[in-house]
Design a protein around this ligand. Sequence first.
Ligand SMILES: Nc1ncnc2c1ncn2[C@@H]1O[C@H](COP(=O)(O)OP(=O)(O)OP(=O)(O)O)[C@@H](O)[C@H]1O
Length: 361
Amino acid sequence: MLFQNKTNQQQVLDCLTQFIEPEIFNKLQQQSLLTVNVDAAEIVICLPFHAPAWLTNLKAKTEQPLTELFKQSPAWKVSYKVPSFEHKKAPKQNANIKNIIAVSSGKGGVGKSTVSVNLALALAKNGAKIGLLDADIYGPSVPMMLGEKATKSTSSDGKLLQAISAHGIVCNSIGFLIEDKDAMVWRGPMASKALQQVLNETDWPELDYLVVDMPPGTGDIQLTMSQNVALTSAVIVTTPQDVALIDAKKGVTMFNKVDVHVTGLIENMSIYSCVKCGHQEAIFGTGGGKKLAEEFNLPFLGALPLHIQYRENTDQGYPTVAKNEQSELVAPYLALAESVAINLFKDLQPTIEQIKITELK
Ligand SMILES: Nc1ncnc2c1ncn2[C@@H]1O[C@H](COP(=O)(O)OP(=O)(O)OP(=O)(O)O)[C@@H](O)[C@H]1O
């Protein structure tokens, strides 16, 4: 009888299953990332993604039931290790870069670079080690957006370029390698070579994710680039407008064609909030991104508002997420970053070496 009254591990795990999505819970268990120490009233978790709001929410929801089981407030021992996820094709990859995420758009001007920059910063703000590579040969804008336009790439060993540090992330740009006027006449293999060059000839520190701002469109250039780089996954940026959605469809189709995993869709310029009166309007329509995601059975990763501050901040080289002044503009990016990191874990398997390391612990 005494034994029955004593809380056991399984009861604690049963409690946690009610508050963690099954796909996440099962994988955490399979990969030995979640353990319970009943005697110490401890939940020990090694999170494979950085998601502060997700964790805070989980702790808040489980506080009462776990306290009842443990007869004391639970202690959470949380550590982080983002795995390198398997991808279908595996061109040689820099060992320092665990994962490469392409930010893509079917058409130009939907805010792909703005999203790349702020998403990279938000992933870093959530705790991940982040690099940003500007592969947009048509208009490399990342150096300007990060306030590093005047910075020149340097090399300490005469072989590898130093990655440029800005606002807590490191970056490099294809813009440092090319003349603007040249890019217009490039073909796929040339652009792909330039991307590989800037990727492989940069001295990247250890990165959980390298975010790549791809050139807009789904033509020969984008196709070759996606084929020749070890992309872990792609996210597609669209606006709610029909024309943008049609092109976003082409984006998803392109990545499917070259066997690159698509994490999901992001809707930019979603709702306009008037700075003066707060009135909200769906200038480019509403719900299109979500509908498209449903059509392709992909996660809808988040909607980002249309707001003048996003433009002004990147124009000044101080992106909104780095500036961190307006929570209503920063919060959607932090949520988006969590969504991307969590969905990658849900969808993809860690590489074999990664599993072995975890099992040995
Ligand atoms: N959510 C937003 N609210 C307000 N302005 C935005 C938003 N997103 C992007 N912009 C602005 O829209 C313009 C186009 O954005 P951006 O350069 O990021 O788009 P892009 O898709 O990368 O374009 P390109 O096809 O030229 O590479 C920029 O002036 C940018 O500041």
